[in-house]
Design a protein around this ligand. Structure first.
Ligand code: 1HE
Length: 306
C-alpha cells in the first residue's frame, strides 16, 4: 500500500486488508452495540479519507456482535453535556466521515444484521451497496428519544425511501425489515440462506475486479451528479465519461470484445484478414475495428443486401 492504513493504528475499527484489494472494516464495540462514539467517527474519517489513495479496491463494512450499529453513543452524548455549537461540530465530523464514504470513489458494501438504527442507518446509507439478512431491521428512533437526525439521514435516508416514509419512521418509530425493506430501497440484497457478511464479501470481490478508475467514477460521480442541475449533470457526465471511457485498459478490453464480435459477424475470408488480438492497441489506433475493414454495422448491412 502506498499510504499507511496500518490496522494497528485503529482501536474501534477492526481492519483486515486482503491480497485481492478488499478491506474488511468491522465496527468493534459489540458490548455497546457498536454505538458511534466520537473516537469511532474519527477512525472512520481516517480510514475512508485514506483508502482511495491506499490501494483499497473495495470495502466490506460490518459490525461485530449481534447488531450492525445502534447509532449515536447516547451515553457519551449524555455525559459530554454538549452545547449546541459543540454538537453541531460533532455532526459535522459525522458528515466528514460519511461524505468520504459516499464520494470517496472506493466501493463500500455494508453487511447489515440486527439493529441498523438512528446513526447506524445514516452510516449504512453512506455505503454504495447494502446487504441485509433475516435479523436486520431499520429504524430512526430519534423522534421517540427527543432527538433529531444529525448524520445525513435527511439527505440519504430520504433519498432511499422518500420524504414521507422517513417522516413516518421518525414520528412513529416504524421499523422496516425483510423483503419490505428491500422494496423500500433500504437494502439492495436480502440474504435468507447465509449471512449478509458472506454475500457482502462476494459483492465486494466482484466490484474489486472492475477497473479502479471506473469504480471511482461509479462511487463518486453518480453522487455528485445527483446534486447538480440536469444541465451541469450532463456536462459532468460527459467529462467523466471522457476520462473513464478512454483509459487504456478500458479500450483494450473493448477492443478484445469488438474483435470477438466482429469475427463472429464477418465472413471467413474477411475474418482471416483480421489482425491478431491486441495488435492494434496503440493509442492512435483506438477504433474498435481494423482500419482495413468497414465498421461492423456497415459490413453486416452490405452482406444482407447481396
Ligand atoms: C448503547 C447504545 C447507544 C446500546 N449508545 N450505548 N440509538 C438508539 O436509540 C438505539 C439505542 N439502543 C437500543 O435500542 C438497543 O441497545 C439495541 C436495540 C440496539 C440493542 O438491544 P440489546 O438488548 O441487544 O442491548 P441493550 O441491553 O439495550 O444494550 C447493551 C449495551 O449497549 C448497554 O450498555 P451496558 O453498559 O448497560 O451493558 C447499552 O447502554 C449499550 N448501548 N445502544 C450508547 N446508542 C448524529 S445524530 C444521530 C442520532 C442517533 O443516532 S439517535 C439513535 C440512538
Amino acid at each position: 500500500m502506498s499510504v499507511d492504513l496500518d490496522p494497528n493504528r485503529f482501536v474501534f475499527l477492526d481492519i483486515e486488508h486482503r491480497d485481492d484489494g478488499v478491506s474488511i472494516v468491522v465496527l468493534n464495540r459489540p458490548e455497546k452495540r457498536n454505538a458511534l462514539s466520537l473516537a469511532t467517527i474519527d477512525e472512520l474519517v481516517q480510514f475512508f479519507s485514506t483508502a482511495p489513495r491506499a490501494g483499497v479496491k473495495a470495502v466490506v463494512l460490518a459490525g461485530a456482535g449481534d447488531h450492525f450499529c445502534a447509532g449515536l453513543d447516547l451515553i457519551e452524548h449524555h455525559d459530554a453535556n454538549r452545547t449546541p455549537a459543540e454538537f453541531m461540530h460533532v455532526c459535522l465530523r459525522w458528515h466528514e466521515a460519511f461524505n468520504k464514504m459516499e464520494y470517496g470513489g472506493v466501493p463500500i458494501v455494508a453487511a447489515l444484521h440486527g439493529a441498523v438504527v438512528g446513526g447506524g442507518l445514516e452510516l449504512a446509507s453512506s455505503a454504495h451497496i447494502r446487504v441485509m439478512d433475516d435479523s436486520t431491521y431499520f429504524a430512526l428512533p430519534e423522534g421517540q428519544r427527543g432527538l433529531f437526525t444529525g448524520g445525513g439521514a435527511t439527505i440519504r435516508v430520504a433519498q432511499l425511501v422518500g420524504k414521507a416514509r422517513m417522516i413516518d419512521m421518525m414520528l412513529t418509530g416504524r421499523v422496516h425489515q425483510g423483503q419490505a425493506a428491500v422494496d423500500l430501497g433500504l437494502a439492495q440484497y436480502l440474504e435468507t440462506e447465509r449471512s449478509s457478511f458472506d454475500r457482502a464479501v462476494e459483492l465486494a470481490e466482484q466490484a474489486a475486479r472492475n477497473l479502479r478508475l471506473t469504480n471511482f467514477a461509479i462511487c463518486s460521480a453518480i453522487s455528485h451528479v445527483q446534486n447538480m442541475s440536469s444541465f451541469d449533470a450532463a456536462y459532468t457526465e460527459s467529462v467523466v465519461a471522457g476520462v473513464v471511457n478512454t483509459q487504456q485498459h478500458s479500450t483494450t478490453l473493448n477492443q478484445t470484445l469488438a474483435n470477438v464480435s466482429l469475427r463472429s459477424r464477418t465472413r471467413p475470408l474477411r475474418a482471416r484478414a483480421l489482425p491478431a488480438r491486441n495488435e492494434y492497441t496503440h493509442r492512435k489506433d483506438r477504433r474498435p475495428w481494423p482500419r482495413s475493414l468497414p465498421p461492423p454495422g456497415f459490413e453486416s448491412r452490405r452482406s444482407t443486401t447481396r
